[in-house]
Design a protein around this ligand. Structure first.
Ligand code: NAD
Length: 372
């Protein structure tokens, strides 16, 4: 067996680790930074505190990324970076903010647009601004991956771009920053973590280091997600979910995701289902589909303490109900034409990374089951 592993991101984990931000900036001699964040951290005053601390060298703030960030938002930040001669970025937020910042970090040489690299296979420039990614959701693991997931709303496409240039220089995972996650985000982002671990494990590009990380992360989710959902102030469980998110990010970073993520892109794009919830929607279906033919899906089920893959799939279905996540698409009254569109758009590259071939008939069975 041949495999490759790399992880260039320096990782700081633990409650209040955010306090080491200025030390990093001083040590690296970063001079003029921009804080990229969301209105939540502006409203609660935290972004202001980071800007006011002179040792952070943060000259500016950008809060222009919507959830599932759009390519035009990336271009706006890119333009700002060039105009203001910014030399580093601090991204404080969930996957949307971190992904948007990663993508803009390469738009520094000359005026250009991220569309050139989105869903085109065009190579992303090597030169980029250094990024310090501070995750505030226990979900995407984006702080340690080389992936930026962007949406082109005009063209109706949501797709990831992968590039070495997107690895942040530092990831700060401070679980205290996730304490304010609302209950629905806790649930949706939490099931995204499980999907990363499971898909990283059964991916065609699987490898032993990521296997170990995937099992560890999945166990943390299965034992802590109900606690954080019911008791958002449970700091110990929040810490475990933050660790699960980071470690699942490391688990899928190289192997990449598979069928549930492929289907999530059109589900989010067309029906505005939050990313993690969209991944969770199809996860039990793919556990059953893969379990019939793929030894590693069965192996993972038993490593997670399930009798077989059917019991694992049942447990995921029950978990979704317990977290009040969507288990079907009936609300959307999806007609035949729209179902065909979903089937067509689910044929994203990640689908080919599924351990078992997913045919149109399989997707038809999936969407018939979810819609009827
Ligand atoms: P998000 O970043 O879209 O945030 C959702 C909402 O929660 C936003 O309104 C945000 O302001 C708010 N929020 C964030 N942190 C908060 C906190 N601590 N308290 C209160 N509100 C908070 O959510 P997400 O699930 O982290 O990211 C989803 C995005 O990440 C999707 O676009 C998805 O495709 C992408 N993603 C990227 C990777 C990767 O490796 N790059 C992996 C998986 C998913």
């Amino acid at each position: 067996m041949k495999w490759y592993y790399e992880q260039p991101v320096k990782i700081l984990f633990g409650d209040h680790k955010i306090q080491e931000l200025s030390e990093i900036i001083q040590k690296e001699q970063y001079k003029k930074g921009i804080l990229v964040t969301t209105t939540h951290f502006i409203k609660n005053g935290f972004a202001g505190q980071l800007l006011d601390d002179k040792k952070n060298n943060l000259a500016d703030i950008f809060a222009g990324f919507s959830p599932n960030p759009d390519v035009e938002e990336v271009n706006r930040l890119g333009e700002h970076l060039r105009k203001e001669k910014i030399d580093f970025i601090v991204a404080l937020g969930g996957g949307s903010v971190i992904d948007g910042a990663k993508a803009a970090s390469v738009l520094i040489e000359k005026e250009t647009s991220i569309q050139k690299y989105h869903n085109t296979g065009e190579k992303v420039p090597k030169k980029h601004l250094p990024l310090i990614a501070i995750s505030t959701t226990a979900g995407t693991g984006s702080e340690v991956t080389n992936v930026s997931v962007l949406t082109n709303r005009k063209q109706g496409i949501k797709a990831p771009i992968a590039s070495e240039s997107f690895y942040p220089q530092y990831a700060i995972v401070d679980p205290t920053l996730t304490w304010s996650m609302p209950q629905d985000l806790t649930a949706s982002a939490g099931i995204d973590v499980l999907a990363h671990a499971v898909e990283g494990y059964w991916s065609r590009l699987h490898q032993p280091i990521c296997d170990v990380l995937a099992v560890y992360a999945a166990k943390l989710v299965l034992t802590n997600i109900r606690t954080v959902y019911k008791d958002p102030n449970n700091q110990a469980a929040r810490e475990k979910m933050a660790a699960a998110s980071l470690i699942a990010g490391l688990a899928f970073g190289q192997p990449k995701t598979t069928a549930s993520h492929a289907c999530s892109f059109p589900l989010t794009n067309l029906y505005h289902i939050p990313h993690g919830e969209a991944c969770g929607l199809t996860l039990d279906f793919f556990i059953r589909l893969n379990g019939t033919k793929d030894f590693r899906t069965r192996e993972l089920s038993s490593q997670l303490g399930f009798y077989d893959y059917e019991q694992f799939a049942d447990a995921v279905q029950k978990l979704k109900r317990d977290l009040h996540l969507r288990t079907n698409l009936t609300d959307f009254h999806i007609n035949e034409e729209k179902k065909k569109e979903l089937i067509r758009l689910s044929h994203h590259a990640n689908l080919k990374n599924n351990p078992v071939e997913v045919t149109d008939e399989d997707l038809r069975r999936l969407y018939d089951g979810l819609c009827d």
